[in-house]
Design a protein around this ligand. Structure first.
Ligand code: ZN
Length: 239
């Protein structure tokens, strides 16, 4: 069996048999992989707690013949202890891991997505920022080629004021072309910061009403895109 080295983030794990787990990881060089960690559920496992969701690890992996590889060694790069110690941050980390899992393709390297994932977890470990999940989702969409238009009305190109989000069309609309859920001026400013290279400014936003509004909008847009993507992948497999 061929061995390879890589670095990855654990997205999720599930039980296999009596003592093993399958660990789903986003790696830098091999895209999303599934690998068996043998004996990991035994008390004296050689993997210890190093392969838990959000763990960032250096890996030595046996390449399997089918979908499943086998983890030979895992060394911690970063355990993100501050994320695990805080339920709110852990919840945000799990949402980020789920989104990365949805977007990543098996055995297709996506270095930008990997870097964004590690960056988002590092940000969370440094300090809690309520909008870190929304920021990750929006930037991940942009990476996929679905960058929402937040600077100008998607109907007329005018710069506003922008008052609603036309989810189907992937962007904001002005008052004359209002369509879709309403968006407050504060939320528009946050969205423009997130996509305009001013993520730090967006992450400083802590007003609960603005945070909640942006969160809901971005999740809705992300889900719309993810469903469409799922359908197109399904159609490809049928065709
Ligand atoms: Zn317009």
């Amino acid at each position: 069996m061929a061995l390879y080295r890589d670095r990855g983030v654990v997205l999720r794990t599930y039980k296999l048999g009596e003592a093993d787990r399958i660990v789903v990881m986003l790696t830098r060089g091999h895209g999303k992989i599934r690998a068996v960690a043998k004996g990991i559920r035994k008390t004296k496992s050689r993997f210890g707690g190093r392969l838990e969701p959000a763990s960032h690890v250096d890996l030595l992996v046996y390449e399997g013949r089918g979908d499943l590889d086998i983890v030979s060694q895992a060394e911690t790069v970063d355990h993100f202890a501050h994320v695990r110690d805080d339920l709110e941050r852990l919840g945000r980390a799990v949402a980020i891991l789920e989104a990365a899992d949805q977007l990543a393709l098996e055995r297709e390297p996506n270095g930008r997505l990997y870097d964004m994932l590690v960056g988002a977890l590092r940000t969370l470990a440094g300090h809690d920022a309520p909008l870190v999940v929304a920021g990750f989702l929006l930037k991940a969409l942009a990476l996929e080629g679905f960058r929402p238009q937040v600077e100008a009305c998607v109907a007329c190109g005018g710069d506003g004021p922008l008052v609603s989000w036309a989810v189907e069309e992937g962007g904001l609309r002005c008052a004359a072309h209002r369509q879709g859920p309403a968006v407050s001026p504060e939320a528009v400013a946050v969205l423009q910061d997130m996509l305009g290279g001013r993520l730090g400014g967006a992450l400083a936003e802590r007003r609960p009403a603005v945070v909640s509004e942006v969160d809901h909008l971005v999740v809705r847009v992300f889900e719309h895109h993810a469903e469409r993507r799922l359908r197109s992948v399904g159609a490809l497999h049928q065709g």
